[in-house]
Design a protein around this ligand. Structure first.
Ligand code: G3H
Length: 250
């Protein structure tokens, strides 16, 4: 059975005090007995306190990004070793906002993935087409290329540490969600693409999350699709009751 996962990407939201408040609310409101991995990704400066806060809970902590190099003159950047040293073992890579606003290319992302795996970290690898790609019927090609260029240098056993997150850019923060059928269609294509390159074992084991305007009222239906193994949640992860409702839908 594939692992179900619900991850909350807090993006550039919540200062130190607000982070503690939201973590406390999550501890109170998230279900204890859910058969899914729950992950939250606060900002870099609040990761250490989140790790402390969540130590005895079923909630894991992820970083939203990291640098591809081990250390050195990269002002403002954070390395895998730094994350590991405070107990962060999961990192989100390739988010569309990193690709669009910080010019992260497939080549850089492939390096980041390699570095994260070298440090035994789990990677939530994000990808997805833009609206123009879907309008031009290029969405499958775009997704296939992102997978190939970002991940297909990996060996079969590396995939134990990879979680995929399909996020159509046109659905992120827009209130517009891919329909459950559109999500399923793409997730099935993604799994098939992985199967062709790595075989059935890897394809059947890898969790593929959907991200893009997932809310309490649409989560359950999206998550009910056979190739959707959970979600990467943005806006709705900032309110404990909404995030808890989404987790309950998985
Ligand atoms: O990382 C999360 C995604 O960008 C989805 O964000 O739920 O606010 O649309 P959203």
């Amino acid at each position: 059975m594939r692992q179900k996962i619900v991850a909350g990407n807090w993006k550039m939201n919540k200062n130190a005090e607000e982070t503690e408040d939201l973590l406390n609310d999550l501890i109170d409101q998230l279900p204890q007995d859910v058969d899914a991995q729950i992950i939250v990704a606060p900002t870099f400066i609040n990761l250490a306190s989140a790790v402390d806060h969540l130590e005895f809970t079923n909630i894991a902590v992820a970083a939203q990004n990291m640098h591809q190099n081990e250390n050195g003159a990269y002002t403002g950047e954070i390395s895998a070793d730094m994350l590991k040293s405070i107990g962060v073992n999961i990192v989100i890579l390739g988010h569309s906002e990193r690709r669009a606003y910080f010019h992260e290319t497939d080549t850089i992302l492939a390096q980041k993935v390699t570095t994260a795996l070298k440090h035994d970290m789990t990677v939530i690898f994000c990808f997805g087409e833009e609206l123009k790609d879907r309008q031009n019927n290029q969405h499958f090609n775009v997704v296939e290329n992102q997978l190939r260029d970002g991940l297909f240098h990996l060996e079969n056993n590396d995939w134990e540490k990879i979680i995929l997150a399909y996020e159509p850019v046109w659905a992120i923060g827009t209130g517009e969600t891919a329909s459950p059928e559109q999500a399923q269609e793409m997730h099935e294509f993604i799994r098939e693409t992985i199967r062709k390159r790595y075989g059935s074992n890897v394809a059947e084991e890898v969790s593929i999350l959907y991200g893009g305007s997932v809310k309490p009222d649409n989560a359950k239906e999206i998550f009910s699709k056979p190739d959707v193994d959970g979600g990467l949640i943005g806006g709705a992860a900032l309110k404990a009751s909404d995030f808890a409702a989404i987790v309950n839908g998985v």
